[in-house]
Write a protein that binds this ligand. Sequence first.
Ligand code: HEM
Length: 151
Amino acid sequence: MTALNQYLTGLLLQSPWLGVAVMMNNYFHDVATALMLASGFTLYTVYRMQIPLNDQIATLYFLRIFKKMVTLFRFAFWWIIIGGVPRTVFYVAFEWNHFADKQQVPALMVKHVLMAAAVVWGVVAWRRLKQKVTVLRESLTQETRALLDAD
Ligand code: HEM
């Protein structure tokens, strides 16, 4: 065990509250991931619903949801990134699985490659959607656009 992990283990042994804080942080890292995926999925579903209708009301409805989902997506994304830092720092002291031992390292790599691929795919999908949002926004009448901007 490295000196840092020994030090962190000592801190965790002294303070159960620190343990609770790390546990909650790790839990919220997972929750934020679910939130981010759910925001993308919801948005995609609403977009698919907008296509066949394609009138002013359906477009306004979609663009309003888009605005909210972008906020939720950004919030979840930064939450994941920021919460990932203490999770990484405390990983060996707090989460290391002694049954899987060193074999968990390649497993962690596989998980992170999969996650990175999902994030890259997600970013590409969001960028494409942004282009469609620009087109849809321009298709609104001045009156409907004013309703959207009033949000
Ligand atoms: C948007 C990108 C990310 C997503 C979607 C994500 C998602 C996740 C998920 C779902 C887990 C739980 C895996 C499990 O318990 O089996 C996890 C674990 C973990 N994450 Fe993240 N994460 C991301 C970025 C980061 C970043 C930037 C860091 C470091 C700064 C980080 C550090 C960790 C660590 C240390 C673990 C525990 C080890 C593991 O189970 O793989 N994550 N992450």
